[in-house]
Design a protein around this ligand. Sequence first.
Ligand code: GLN
Length: 242
Amino acid sequence: MTDQPTVRIAHLYAHFLNIYGDRGNILSLSQRARWRGIGVQVEAIGVGQEIDPERFDLYFIGGGQDKQQLVIAEDLLRHARSLQAAVDCGAVVLAICGGYQLLGHYYKPHNGPELKGVSLIDAYTVAGDRRMIGNVIVRRPDGSTLVGFENHSGRTYLGPALEPLGRVVSGNGNNGEDGLEGAVSGTIYGTYLHGSLLPKNPHLTDELLAKALRRRHPDIVLAPLDDSLELAAHKRALSLPA
Ligand code: GLN
């Protein structure tokens, strides 16, 4: 019986919601774990499959166009209670753009019916009349920055008690109106930042990885890595025009 710590990642709808290379977030989480000698198990969870809320430490759901969201929204709704149970047991959720929109109460696209979300976060999204496309810089409450790329028409509005991931320094963020980007509720993270997000934001990758690992390895501490390459990419992205 190995005592090597492992992280178990569920990649929800890997083949449907993977726009703008969002699977790069899985690669970043996995590699930063392996570089530390931590075992990694990634399982793709597709439409029609079941989720064991005890099994996974981190759930990832990427972004997609309205038509992909339409395909998976009903199936995701089946998992609402399992995902809430998993979060209640300390699992981490990272949702990007279209996946983020479905974490809230609903997403109303331009055309077609309102898509009911899983209500893991107190937020809702309505498609606006213009697409918000471009580079984004976000400043988090601890003063750190996040960089990424956005491409969405959805405007997401947070409930009064829901914290944003950070404030927009450049770009649009949740809705292009209130200066907020993303949402954080305990171990649940939602954001519009594609890129993919994590490779250029190693501090956020490690924040998510540490929280996910502590679910089954409470005393684990992540050894520092040489982030010179990642931080050089982060610094370059800080200089890009919105
Ligand atoms: N279809 C959604 C929108 O346009 C999400 C897009 C995405 O995931 N990039 O807002």
